[in-house]
Every structure is written in C-alpha cells, then in structure tokens.
Design a protein. Structure first.
Length: 290
C-alpha cells in the first residue's frame, strides 16, 4: 500500500486512475481504525479499484475543549489493517497540507447543520463539509463511503453533493457493533472498565424503543420518553439529546409517517458517544435497523 502525504501527489494518482477509466473509491476517516471503518473499506473494495482511505484528524471539526489533542493516533496498527485489507493508497496529509497559511474558504450546509450534533458542537459540520469537499477534489472518487453511525453527517454530505452538483455517489453503510451492542467508535477507547459496561445503555435504549415500535407505538414523544427513561436509569450516563427526527430534514416528528431516525448523544463519564436507529415503513408495518 502506498502512503500519499501531499495533495499534489494525491491529485496525480487520482488523475492517473481517472485516465485509465478506473472506478475510484474513497473512505474518509480520522484514523484509530476499527471494524466499523474496515466494513466501509471492504464495501469499497467490492465496488471500486483503486480504493483510497484517508486518515486526517481534521482540527476544524473539533471545538475548543473537545478531544482533538487526546484523540487516539495508533498509526502503525492502522497501516497494518489497511495493508491487510489491500487498500491501494493511504492518503495521510499533514494539517498544513490541507489548511495552508491563509486558508479562508468554508462550506456551510445550512439548516441541517444547526440541529442536534450541530447544535451541541457549533462549527463541527462546517469543518466536516469543508474537509470532505476538499477530499473529493483531491481524490476524485466515483464513490465515497460513510457510516450510518454518523447519520446526520452522512445526510449533510449528501445535501452538499446535491447542492454543489458534485459527481460522487455517497454510499451509507450499516452500523458495526460490538457483541454487546455498543456501536464501534474510536472514542470507546476513552472508557474505563466500568464506563464500558455502562455504555451499552445507548443500544439498550434504542432496543427498548424498537420494542415499542414493534408493539404498535407510532407516537414519537412516547418513543422519546422511553429512550430517556432507559438512559436516565444508568448512573454513568448524561443525556445530551435523545430524539426521533425525520430522516430527510432531521426535524422533530410527532407521529411516525416517513423514514425517521432515533438519534442519541450521551455522555458516559467524560466521553460523548452517539448512536442511532433507522425507523422505516415496511408495508403496513415498521422496521427498525440498529
Ligand atoms: P471517523 O474516523 O470517526 O471520522 O469515521 C470515519 C467513517 O467511519 C465515518 O463515515 C463514520 O460514520 C464511519 N464509522 C465510524 N464508526 C462506525 C461504525 N461503528 N459502523 C459503521 N461506520 C462507522
């Protein structure tokens, strides 16, 4: 696997692949790779060649006081995983490569970026959209792979692609979970032994809401009450938000009628975790995807 550290070299590789009529896949990450990331890579490998993975810990999507400085950076282990997965190229730029002195242009996806994650983390989605657009310009992917774990992020990227007429297909992949249901995340490494056990409460809350949907509940306030009840019973948990929103607009829903997400952001000790469940109509019934 080739490691590509400069924008100029990345663009050269991308242009070459395009000239050869090859289908470029991109998996953007911040590193500290786990099975969730690798599922995106595997999907990309099935559908594209070459596949590029980027590892870029994007300072512009972290707020002051967030975990940028302590975010895990296990580069050796990441290299091994990507090599084993036969990724063609790792794009590993420095922050100064991406944001040279004087950088001053940002992408702001209005509306969608202001709610939920965007409200709790001001400026976060501006940083995400900006870096993802830049990555698209550097890697020229036909397909770019994102996880449903970050459902609002995936939706915002799709909106950016639509609004800016970008020629890239956004592929959203399912959430990969630990055997006890905890959604895989690089941030799970922050959890103490006791917090790690408590962290399963996110999945338990979503499962409780799923059970209610299967039992016929359609009132989203009722579902939200259930989410809060389960989460608040866990002493290590502090709820940031637990909401049922429309899957397109991310606006609150009153009663289930179209695809929706149940979205959670919960502090377990000092660690902020997110998780979600897709709720979609299936004939007369509703199905949920955890
Ligand atoms: P990150 O390194 O956290 O920026 O994540 C890079 C990509 O991996 C994003 O598209 C995430 O949504 C996706 N991802 C992270 N965790 C998971 C997971 N547990 N399952 C599926 N995708 C994930």
């Amino acid at each position: 696997m080739e490691t590509i550290r400069t924008v100029a070299w990345m663009k050269e590789k991308a242009r070459e692949a395009r000239q050869d009529q090859r289908i470029i896949g991109l998996v953007p990450t911040m590193g500290a790779l786990h099975a969730g990331h690798m599922a995106l890579v595997e999907r990309a490998k099935r559908e594209c060649a070459p596949v590029f993975t980027s590892i870029f810990l994007n300072p512009k999507q972290f707020g002051p006081g967030e975990d940028f400085s302590r975010y895990p950076r296990p580069l050796e282990a990441d290299l091994e995983k990507l090599t084993d997965a036969r990724v063609d190229g790792l794009f590993l730029p420095d922050a100064t490569e991406i944001y040279p002195h004087g950088f001053s242009t940002y992408v702001n996806v209005e509306g969608l970026s202001d709610r939920l994650e965007g409200k709790s983390r001001p400026g976060h989605f501006r940083g995400v959209a900006t870096v993802v657009l830049k990555l698209f310009e550097m890697v020229l992917p036909h397909n770019a792979y994102f996880g449903r774990k970050d459902a609002q992020q995936a939706r915002i990227i799709q909106q950016m692609v639509r609004d800016l007429n970008l020629d890239v297909e956004i592929v959203v992949c399912p959430i990969v979970r630990e055997s006890d249901g905890l959604a895989m995340s690089s941030r799970n490494a922050y959890l103490t032994h006791e917090e790690r056990k408590a962290a399963t409460v996110l999945h338990r809350a979503l499962r409780a809401a799923a059970g209610e949907i299967h039992a016929g509940v359609r009132d989203s306030l009722q579902l939200q009450r259930t989410l809060h009840k389960v989460l608040e019973a866990e002493p290590h948990a502090r709820v940031d938000y637990a909401e049922v929103v429309d899957a397109e607009s991310f606006a609150p829903v009153v009663r289930l009628s179209k695809p929706a997400f149940a979205l959670l952001a919960v502090y377990i000790g000092q660690t902020r975790l997110i998780d979600n469940m897709l709720i979609a109509p299936a004939g007369e019934e509703w199905r949920v995807e955890l």
